[in-house]
Design a protein around this ligand. Structure first.
Ligand code: PEP
Length: 270
């Protein structure tokens, strides 16, 4: 059974002075009965403060990026070993990093390898541009991103690939670029269709039937008001939330809805 996950991407917001209080408030406001995995990904400099604030709350801490090498002359970068004790999750290949830092699928695949080897749970982001969707190429683009990432990730057998990605708890976030931070979201049906595309590409890329075990989140202007549309889709397992994740009321609403979904899905399998 796939977990239901709500991950908060705080991007370049908060400081070490205010992140702890916000994290503690969100943790308190998002306690729910259903088995929802909650993750907060603050800026690197806030990781220690947020880790301390979240101790004992059940909310995990994630980084927003990591370098593909373990150590070396990479000024300003952060490696997997540096995150030990600070974060248990990591966002990889966010479209803002693809846009601003030129990250490619091949680089994201190498980062994924490092994260999995280092015991971090990756949230790997994929998604098409508006022009690509309008040209009817969304499936091809996102399928191609998954293929490129898997090619760079794996030099083992398909069985190794499947075992690595499932045992590491790797999660994929489908984030159409035109929906991020724009207030414009995809429909639940579109997100569901893209989750199918992602799992098909993963199956073809070596995971076979184990692609069904990979959680797919939707991200792109998720709010408490629209999360229900995405979680109503059985193919969607939660959300990666940007702007709304800085607002405790929004997070309370999003996680409350996710809790209902998680309980209902657990009940269906009993
Ligand atoms: C994100 O940063 O991954 C994101 C989806 O942002 P927003 O929710 O603000 O669109």
């Amino acid at each position: 059974m796939r977990p239901v996950v709500v991950a908060a991407n705080w991007k370049m917001h908060t400081t070490p002075a205010d992140a702890a209080e916000l994290a503690a408030t969100i943790a308190g406001r998002t306690r729910v009965d259903g088995p929802v995995e909650r993750v907060i990904c603050p800026p690197f400099v806030c990781l220690a403060a947020v880790r301390d604030a979240l101790a004992g709350t059940g909310v995990a801490v994630g980084a927003q990026n990591v370098h593909h090498e373990l150590t070396g002359a990479y000024t300003g970068e952060t490696s997997v070993p540096m995150l030990v004790g600070l974060a248990s999750w990591v966002i990889l290949g966010h479209s803002e990093r693809r846009r601003d830092a030129g990250e490619t699928d091949a680089l994201v695949g190498r980062k994924l390898r490092r994260a999995v080897e280092g015991g971090l749970r990756p949230i790997v982001c994929v998604g098409e541009q508006l022009t690509e969707r309008e040209a009817g190429r969304a499936d091809a683009v996102v399928g191609g991103q998954i293929r490129g990432i898997l090619e760079a990730f794996g030099d083992g057998t398909p069985a190794d690939l499947a075992a690595d990605l499932t045992s590491s708890g790797t999660v994929i976030a489908y984030e159409p670029v035109w929906a991020i931070g724009t207030g414009r979201n995809a429909t639940g049906a579109d997100a569901s269709a893209m989750a199918d595309t992602i799992r098909r590409a993963m199956a073809d890329g070596g995971l076979g039937s184990r692609a069904e075990a990979i959680p797919v989140l939707y991200g792109g202007s998720v709010t408490a008001a629209n999360i229900g549309e995405f979680l109503a889709e059985p193919a969607i397992d939660g959300a990666l939330v940007g702007g709304a994740s800085l607002k405790p009321d929004e997070m309370a609403g999003i996680v409350a809805r996710a809790g209902l979904t998680a309980e209902a899905r657990a009940g269906e399998r009993e």
